[in-house]
Design a protein around this ligand. Structure first.
Ligand SMILES: NC(=O)c1ccc[n+]([C@@H]2O[C@H](COP(=O)([O-])OP(=O)(O)OC[C@H]3O[C@@H](n4cnc5c(N)ncnc54)[C@H](O)[C@@H]3O)[C@@H](O)[C@H]2O)c1
Ligand SMILES: O=C(O)CC[C@@H](O)C(=O)O
Length: 411
């Protein structure tokens, strides 16, 4: 299929990619005809972020760049944001929705990479490899088997049985672990995994706990001092979800008191924005603790696939209006345009807008060849496939309608 033309020429659309997004995304944009691609290796904030967003139509971020309501409101030309990762908690999705900015992510391209690191970390912790490694580097030869165990036959407790949690469960069973899980939703158990009805029982029954919940208000401090007090027998804790899910000071206390026997943390409440910033944590130099710099999904395979996935969604949205997978404006799956022009109208979801769209169309006496609508609580998204001769007049009229957030045309 030859690339679609857009009313706004692609070579004039600025694409900004932050946080070392994979070259696969750059290649996809270039192949689709986008030439203004600006790449930055780290996250941006404050004036620097506002400045690059002044004339950006498309923005790509990973987990560090905070797209607050203020930032989104200032980015007047922004049409779509791609989170080149799973998490979307760094974006104010409500503000993006209200501004008519479509937000996509890559819901599963790095799940396998995270799941592999969880299994690797569990084995490292249960063998107390962090301490042995440190000792060997310091010239000490400690061959003792004390407190080092096989993972076979131990029970893994998975908190959050979604894409990653369930994949960890499959890998864990394949090397002889028993698996239980706790999820707020009713989830189909894979393999021989068993659902447990409450977090306390899961913690008490497991030897290793691994966290795979999303970063939301509900999961903030989910593992607080009270929950961490349910660890009494030296269980191991792995967190590769979001940093603020665990109260770090309370975790340190539990490690110091040996109620928790070791921990692997890939995410932290405060993470450096780039390589130049220093990383500090109360858990540095605590025995049997593995600290990694938020690299659960950082493999070449995962990053390449994420680049392809998210750039594909962004290009499709810009060039066809299809918003399937959007986390902000309503989702619409659209057919190919057949010898028509397409108008995309995003508006506040208040009564009267749809009837006004239809009344304008009937007054102009235009031929509508396809009409698609999707709404959420705040916003409505209408797509009209329209005869080529009528499209520009119709767009002009639709732009005048009260409560219009944005309107654009594709041809
Ligand atoms: N460390 C990394 O590099 C890395 C990489 C990828 C994803 N992540 C993070 O991993 C987490 C999980 O990702 P995913 O793709 O599996 O998400 P997902 O949405 O597929 O699964 C999350 C699961 O958690 C459950 N859940 C929500 N609230 C819960 C609660 N309070 N208690 C128990 N269960 C709860 C949900 O019902 C869902 O089943 C996310 O926070 C994501 O941002 C981290
Ligand atoms: O690549 C990143 O910055 C974030 C990775 C991970 O936390 C995700 O949400 O996919």
């Amino acid at each position: 299929m030859s690339p679609l033309k857009t009313s706004f020429p692609k070579h004039k659309m600025k694409v900004v990619l932050l946080e070392s997004i994979s070259q696969s995304a750059v290649e996809s944009f270039k192949k689709a005809g986008y030439t203004q691609i600006e790449q930055h290796s780290g996250a941006l904030s404050g004036e620097e972020l506002d400045e690059v967003l002044k004339d950006a139509k498309i923005l790509g971020v990973r987990s560090k760049t905070q797209l607050t309501e203020e930032v989104i409101q200032k980015a007047k030309k922004l049409v779509a944001v791609g989170c080149f990762c799973i998490g979307t908690n760094q974006v104010d999705l409500e503000a993006a929705n209200k501004a008519g900015v479509c937000v996509f992510n890559a819901p599963f391209s790095n799940t396998r990479s995270v799941a592999e690191l969880v299994i690797a970390s569990a084995i490292m912790l249960i063998r107390r490899i962090p301490d042995k490694d440190k000792a060997a580097h310091a010239g000490e030869w400690d061959k003792s088997s004390e407190n080092a165990h096989e993972i076979r036959g131990k029970r893994l407790g998975v908190v959050g049985y979604g894409h990653i949690g369930s994949q960890v469960s499959i890998l864990a069973e394949s090397i002889g672990l028993k698996v239980s899980y706790y999820d707020v939703e009713n989830k189909l158990p894979l393999g021989n995994a068993e659902a447990v009805g409450d977090l306390k029982t899961l913690i008490e029954e497991s030897d290793i706990l691994t966290l795979h919940v999303p970063g939301t208000q509900e999961t903030k401090n989910l593992f607080n001092a009270e929950v961490l007090s349910w660890f009494t027998k030296g269980q191991l804790l792995i967190n590769m979800s979001r940093g603020d899910v665990v109260d770090i000071q309370a975790l340190k206390k539990a490690l110091d008191e040996e109620r928790i026997g070791g921990a692997a943390l890939d995410v932290f409440p405060e993470e450096p924005k780039n390589k130049a910033e220093k990383f500090t944590s109360p858990l540095q130099n605590v025995p049997n603790v593995i600290l990694t710099p938020h690299i659960g999904g950082s493999t070449e395979e995962a990053q390449w696939n994420i680049g392809v996935d998210v750039s594909g969604k962004l290009i499709k949205y810009i060039e066809s209006g299809a918003s399937l997978g959007s986390h902000s404006i309503p989702e619409l799956s659209l057919p190919k345009m057949e010898d028509t022009h397409r108008i995309l109208h995003i508006h506040k979801n208040v009564s009267g807008v749809l009837s006004e769209i239809n009344s304008k169309i009937s007054k102009l006496n235009v031929n509508i060849l396809g009409q698609y609508l999707s709404t959420n609580f705040e916003v409505g998204y209408v797509v009209l496939d329209i005869s080529k001769n009528d499209s520009l007049d119709t767009l002009k009229e639709l732009k005048k309608i009260d409560h219009t957030i944005s309107a654009r045309i594709l041809y």
